[in-house]
Ligand binder design. Structure first.
Ligand code: AMP
Ligand code: MG
Length: 347
């Protein structure tokens, strides 16, 4: 008896499974693999444009946008209750953060060490003090800057495993220079999982092109750092890679002394990085890394930045100086075209 039931039960299960598989087959064959969709929204304090060139669905678009908001809520320095805010308020207590926050902090520490501290996630105190990009932006006193500099130190960010960390001393964490890169990598991960083969994700100048544009590469414009508008000075032909730009024109304020102060700080001096550079672009299939290194090479300056990027395989960079000279790493020469002749390409 029991065997008969089991046998019949088995038959039923098989039939249900067959019907389910048939439905799945119908659904997937009905899904429009050629469907495209583009959406622009203000997220992560910037204008984000997500352009899906195949396999697009409203559900996927929503998943991508929601993920950006989630990353913003977790990793923002300013948002009360974010993982970073909780960490910065923790006063030496152990804090448990979201696995993605933990991952980004871990990567930030790694890239900071590679870049000799020019990119430094422990400068939260200094970033807050200057407040650039917020309505609290002001020129701090030398004393305040020195105090904020004292609080820096990668060794003060203790990774305990299991998504737990502890901050020592007065150190405050800021991963604002790397979070958008991570977010771009996340867009690519999610889109690929949904079957997307070709897409352009632009997170406020932090671009990721997934796949290619049919048989041709994508053409990505490099921002003209001297223009208020979306003007580009040249184009790079790329596929399956991230193109990340950092510049002194992105966020800045004019202080009472009439001088312009921008948002990329030199962790050595505590002041906005002063070099011959106006903008830099890093090209790498790892956007988290490209974001960290774009900030780093802006601080390093042209010569050191060039040597640094040339020493890393698979990563290229372009440098735009205050005097409109454009320099690039050797691997980029064949894919970059200067389109604005008020700039000069230095071979
Ligand atoms: P990005 O636009 O990627 O170059 O990042 C700039 C942002 O990162 C700033 O708005 C600060 O929040 C933060 N930041 C500024 N200078 C540094 C630095 N040297 N290292 C790490 N983060 C920085
Ligand atoms: Mg960056």
């Amino acid at each position: 008896m029991n065997r008969l039931f089991l046998f019949l039960g088995g038959m039923m299960k098989k039939r249900v499974l067959a019907v389910f598989l048939l439905c799945l087959l119908l659904l997937t064959s009905c899904a429009d693999t050629t469907a495209t969709m583009k959406e622009v929204q203000f997220v992560m304090s910037t204008v984000v444009s997500l352009d899906l060139r195949d396999h697009a669905t409203p559900v996927l678009m929503k998943t991508l946008m929601n993920r950006l908001s989630e990353i913003d809520v977790l990793m923002s320095l300013q948002k009360r209750g974010s993982d970073i805010d909780r960490l910065n308020q923790s006063q030496g207590e152990v804090v448990t953060v979201d696995p993605s926050t933990y991952h980004v902090i871990e990567k930030a520490l790694e890239y900071s060490r590679v870049a000799g501290g020019t990119f430094d996630p422990s400068i939260g105190h200094l970033v807050n003090l200057w407040g650039i990009g917020t309505e609290k932006a002001k020129l701090p006193t030398q004393e305040e800057i020195e105090e904020a500099l004292q609080s820096r130190g990668l060794e003060n960010i203790e990774l305990l495993g299991n998504n737990q960390l502890r901050l020592h001393g007065e150190t405050q964490v800021d991963i604002g220079a790397i979070a958008k890169g991570y977010a771009a990598d996340e867009m690519v991960r999610i889109a690929k999982e949904a079957g997307v083969k070709s897409a352009i994700f632009n997170l406020g100048g932090n671009v990721y092109v997934l796949g290619s544009k049919g048989k041709s590469p994508f053409r990505v414009g490099i921002q003209n750092p001297f223009s208020d508008r979306d003007d580009y000075l040249g184009i790079v032909d790329v596929q399956d890679t991230s193109v990340v730009t950092s510049g002194n024109y992105e966020r800045f304020f004019v202080a009472d002394d009439g001088k312009r102060y921008h948002h990329i700080l030199d962790p050595q001096t505590g002041y906005p990085a002063e070099s011959e550079l106006s903008g830099v672009t890093v090209i790498s299939s790892n956007s988290t890394m490209a974001d960290a290194f774009s900030t780093a090479i802006f601080v390093m300056g042209l010569e050191k930045g060039m040597d640094f990027i040339e020493s890393i395989e698979g990563v290229e960079a372009l440098f735009v100086t205050n005097t409109r000279d454009v320099y690039m790493t050797s691997g980029l020469r064949s894919s970059f075209t200067l389109t604005d002749n008020t700039f000069r390409l230095v071979e």
